[in-house]
Design a protein. Structure first.
Length: 208
């Protein structure tokens, strides 16, 4: 019903501005030269605001965020919605992906690691070194419960700096050592080979 109600939401009149809808999550993106971006974006936001007033849809502008993604050190004047300024932020989360103003995805990787550690803590008694579960069952827990968290939306952020991807790779290596009860001098490469476990980078590649 909500999708039907907002079906008439105005579309941007220029190709530089795009409207992205997923359920009730809405994102507006503009690309191009700084001056043209702000002019086109503000024009569309003004049009959007009038449509929402007409259809009695209220947006909490306090929860709205704007990120200026650019290498430039200076930022233009912030955008406005309902004549209220939406200040520039260093990052924002959209559909579970943290987008920062330089698109390094550093914050997203750190958040990803925290989620992995939380799941690993829940599964600890089952995948720990002294667990009575078989190795195949431990892998069965890891692959569908932990690795999907690591690879969520990887086509978006999987091409980031190698140093960031290594953080996720390190998390997988720690879990692989834990479930195999490997000694400290055994290399991660041998453990992954014995488990027939792809590296995180190779696992990401199949999604591209």
């Amino acid at each position: 019903m909500f999708n039907i109600y907002i079906n008439g939401i105005p579309s941007p009149r220029n190709c530089q501005t795009r409207l992205c809808l997923y359920a009730d999550d809405t994102a507006i993106m503009s690309t191009g030269e700084s001056n043209n971006i702000m002019e086109d974006l503000n024009s569309y936001l003004d049009q959007q605001g009038k449509w929402m007033i007409g259809w009695k849809l209220k947006i909490n502008t306090d929860k709205c965020k704007a990120v200026y993604i650019s290498r430039h050190k200076t930022t233009p004047e912030p955008t406005k919605l309902y004549r209220r300024v939406i200040p520039w932020c260093n990052s924002t989360k959209y559909l579970g992906v943290i987008l920062d103003k330089r698109l390094t995805f550093k914050n997203h990787i750190e958040n990803n690691k925290q989620k992995v550690n939380a799941i690993k803590a829940i599964l600890y008694t089952l995948i720990r070194r002294k667990s009575k579960l078989s190795l195949s069952n431990k892998l069965l827990l890891y692959k569908p419960l932990v690795r999907p968290v690591m690879s969520y939306a990887s086509p978006v952020w999987g091409v980031v700096a190698k140093s960031h991807v290594k953080k996720i790779e390190s998390a997988q290596n720690i879990i692989a050592r834990q479930i195999t009860n490997s000694l400290w001098f055994i290399r991660n490469w041998y453990i992954a080979k014995d488990l027939k476990l792809k590296t995180i980078k190779d696992h990401f590649n199949k999604f591209f």
